[in-house]
Design a protein. Sequence first.
Length: 231
Amino acid sequence: MPFLYFDWTYFVFVVPCLIISIICSANVQSTYAKYSKRMNSRGMTGAQAAEYVLRSNGVTGVRIEMVEGKLSDHFDPRTNVIRLSRDVYMNSSIASVGVAAHEAGHAVQHAMGYFPNKLRSAIIPAANIGSSLGWILVIVGLILPVQYSFVVTLGIILYSAAVLFTIVTLPVEFNASSRALACIKNTNLLYGEEYTGAKRVLQAAAMTYVAATLTSVLQLIRLILIANRRR
């Protein structure tokens, strides 16, 4: 049996995804760095931009808090809190406005009951189990005698939940950016080159989710091929 990690499927399915992920990560870092140095003409901070987007969409009751870390920004639907990294929260850069508006877009999704967002939240428990336990079962199943192939199958099924989560995440992330950019453009929060900069930051971030989804799907295909070859 070829070694699980370094048989031919590793180089066909995994290596290209690693390269794509590295490129996407480097792109989002460089794009964010570029536009984090350019201040918006309104002098609006990320925290103010998030509040602006919420207010423009008629959403109330959402707290905006500052957290440590770089690009640690996120919306927590359990507590209805937008958490922005220090640089985004306090900075009035184009990048800060774009990132903060995106997180506010998630809060708007939550308030309006956006279905893909609700679906993603519903499958989080299964996805967490699948992402951690799925691979373990696959590895154990491949080590055991062939009559225990059902362990591999069970692992693949569990891992499929994690893959489904990454797939459902795509429309959620793209929609949050779409809501953010629509608000920014329609209310002239940013305009001209400023709007273009915010859009580029969010597009670069979105591509990291595309890369993650592609990686998960190809990993699933790889596991299925390995399991079939074992049979």
